[in-house]
Design a protein around this ligand. Structure first.
Ligand code: FRU
Length: 485
């Protein structure tokens, strides 16, 4: 189904890179080891898959503007999850069934070919939405042939029906997809197929005994993760109100863990848990790689709220992916750890110190780099609090009395200080990845994570530690390579 418009659109997109690429590269806030768009807007990770010894990462891309619009699927590949190569554009919104966007979806390998499932977003003349679940196939993993729609919205649901995620078990294919009921409630639906093209609706994924009926108006980007005999439904609900320390971003991302019955879609599960406690995280996607690891990328951003105020827009680009993370499940809790390959980014160590501090503020003069990793192991902490400052505005505060951990930053929109907090009984380790305009904090071996973009004055100041009480710690830090040039 290759036609002129498709080539023309891709050509116009490539022209944007040629025209504005050098401006984009001049942005001092450009990151050093995160996937970013070469120009324009990036949002969800799509089609994450390991195929023919390569990791393939696609993403939602608007090459023409730093706003949301008719999305393309950009395509990057990597041997090691660290060094990425730009590939020809995979999908352009050029057909009647996807003309207003090749929206999010997933990839699987079948008979040594790459299959992409995505949502063809269509607006009719009156502005009404249509949603087609489409297929595209590639033999070489580089050029994709669109095969058109496979199915559309089932009865009882609105056209907010998108983001198919496909996987295989035994001889059956399964697919989860985000949906909205006619009563405007968010859901995830389960489909199955024997031949990969004809899909049968199994039903709404729901706990028949205690259904989560009133939980937002739309669930985006569902993903079903299998760990031994436990299932995890990961999704991004919209329309959840803040509750204590939870759900303070415009939209959320989190998961339910339990056991999914593939025949009935009954899902006996625990409570919803937010996946990231920071400011900028949404629509993640996972895959199982050649080593059997469950790898996840998230969009280190969110739609709407702050987007108009990102300073990178002046340089014609916006948003980035998180670093790749490995997921494991322990007692129903998802742990996220930076993939081990990220240690390749380390340059010479900046610091390796074992110390005891009593009611003190110390400045770590060794650490004032734009891109760094540090591992802070807390052997013992007594007293009130511990504060780690990365800049004038960005700091992490562990309040031992309150049993909370808080990330403070300067708001992108208002320049006022803002905070995100999570309950934390004990602090044993902080592993922090700081890039030029982002921070990712992995707490206690990935039990909790904070992701956020930062537009502080760069280069960063020296790091400071402030202890209210006594602290016994081991701190290691490295400056990190720039692999995104
Ligand atoms: C999530 C999302 C998806 C949709 C895509 C469009 O951020 O809204 O539901 O497929 O982005 O770019």
């Amino acid at each position: 189904m290759l036609h002129k418009d498709d080539q023309l659109l891709k050509e116009q997109a490539n022209e944007q890179i040629r025209e504005h690429g050098s401006l984009v590269q001049r942005d001092p806030y450009r990151l050093h080891y995160h996937v970013m768009p070469p120009v324009g807007l990036l949002n969800d990770p799509n089609g994450l898959v390991y195929f023919n010894q390569l990791y393939h990462l696609f993403f939602q891309w608007n090459p023409f503007q730093t706003d949301h619009g008719s999305k393309f699927w950009a395509h990057m590949t990597s041997k090691d999850l660290i060094h990425w190569e730009w590939q020809p554009i995979a999908l352009a919104p050029s057909d009647p069934f996807d003309k207003n966007g090749c929206y999010s979806g997933s990839a699987i390998v079948h008979e040594n070919k790459l299959y992409l499932f995505y949502t063809g977003n269509v607006r009719d003349q009156a502005g009404n939405r249509e949603s087609n679940q489409c297929l595209a196939i590639s033999e070489d993993g580089i050029t994709f042939e669109k095969k058109g729609p496979l199915f559309t919205v089932p009865e009882g649901y609105t056209p907010h029906f998108r983001d198919p995620k496909v996987w295989k078990e035994n001889d059956m294919w399964y697919l989860v997809i985000g949906a909205q009921t006619e009563h405007l409630q968010g859901r995830a639906l389960l489909y199955k197929s024997q031949n990969i093209t004809e899909w049968q609706l199994v039903g709404e994924i729901s706990d028949k005994e205690k259904p989560l009926t009133d939980f937002g108006y739309m669930w985006e980007c569902p993903d079903l993760l299998l760990f031994d005999n436990q299932d995890v439904l990961l999704f991004s609900p919209q329309g959840i109100e803040p509750q204590a320390y939870q759900y303070h971003n415009i939209y959320q991302t989190g998961y339910l863990s339990g056991v999914l019955d593939r025949q009935t879609a009954n899902f006996n599960h625990q409570e919803f848990i937010e996946l990231d406690n920071g400011f900028d995280f949404y629509a993640p996607q996972t895959t199982v790689d050649g080593q059997g690891r469950r790898i996840m990328f998230g969009w280190m951003g969110l739609p709407e709220t702050d987007e108009a105020f990102h300073p990178t827009k002046d340089y014609r680009w916006i948003h980035a992916m998180t670093i790749p993370r490995e997921l494991t499940l322990k007692q129903g809790i998802l742990y996220q750890q930076p993939v081990k390959e990220l240690t390749q980014l380390r340059k010479e160590p900046l610091l390796n110190q074992q110390q005891k501090l009593v009611d003190e503020v110390v400045t770590l003069h060794e650490i004032h780099h734009d891109a760094l990793e540090f591992i802070f192991q807390v052997h013992a902490i007594k007293g009130k609090s511990l504060e780690v400052s990365f800049s004038e505005h960005t700091k992490l505060v562990f309040n031992k009395e309150m049993q909370t951990l808080t990330l403070h930053r300067n708001s992108i929109k208002s320049y006022q200080s803002e905070a995100r907090t999570t309950d934390l009984q004990e602090l044993t380790e902080l592993r922090v990845y700081l890039d030029v305009s982002s921070i990712e904090v992995f707490v206690n071996q990935g039990e909790k994570v904070f992701s956020a973009r930062l537009f502080d004055a760069i280069p960063y100041h020296e790091l400071t530690l402030q202890v209210n009480g006594t602290l016994d710690y081991h701190l290691q830090a490295w400056s990190l390579k720039n692999v995104m040039k």
